[in-house]
Design a protein around this ligand. Sequence first.
Ligand SMILES: N[C@@H](CCC(=O)N[C@@H](CS)C(=O)NCC(=O)O)C(=O)O
Length: 241
Amino acid sequence: MTAVIFAVMDASNFTLYELAGADREVRFSPHAWKVLMALAHKGLRAERVPLRFTDRDKIAFSGQALLPVLVHGHETVSDSWRIALYLEDRFPTQPSLFQGDVATAVTRFVNSWADTQLLPAVARIILMDVYHCLDTEDKTYFRASREKHFGMALEQVVADQPSRLADLRKALQPLRHMLKKQDFISGSVAGYADYCVFGMFMWARCCSAVELLEVDDVVTAWRGRLLNEFGGLAGSAPTRF
Ligand SMILES: N[C@@H](CCC(=O)N[C@@H](CS)C(=O)NCC(=O)O)C(=O)O
């Protein structure tokens, strides 16, 4: 009971700066979703401030240029991984995101897998949808920066959607294999490892009408469990469609 009261009181001290679309209610950043799930896991809530890619001046105080940024009282933390570690460190009596040092180290691998393998695989499917989510100024920035990154037009990146979907579903095989034995990556209860991967699915869900998974995939069932966590925090989040 004490922990719950503490969490609710403390929530007023958190501000999360996160990416938003032209519709400010659509908060699609995969990294922000990792943080939103981590905050909820800890029983915390943040005031959520929607920003655009081109609003970089508004997070200059954080000393870097990427979202999300979490401000807690006088502390400013950027990078979703560092934010998760910060929450775990500052709120040790709330439910653990990692369940120990070994799990933290293994979760670092899961986060790296999500960021370096899943994020680009999802991007190759939904990049144009992300583009269409943005307002005019952000569209110009996004097209220029992503076309430079991929070395081709956005339209070309997503040109062969059936192949790109097949690539993603193949990349998910390790996750699929393990979810046949346990409900969550973290075991019987969801943890930060789950949120690292789930953030990629929330990115697609918020921006795109493309269904990344097949209905009977165990990954679909896992995603459904996470959509329902914390009173449906993710499942009820505004989407573009
Ligand atoms: N490693 C960082 C990555 C953050 C990141 O890439 N954020 C994107 C939005 S999802 C961003 O701010 N991009 C700015 C840009 O592309 O200019 C994290 O986990 O928070």
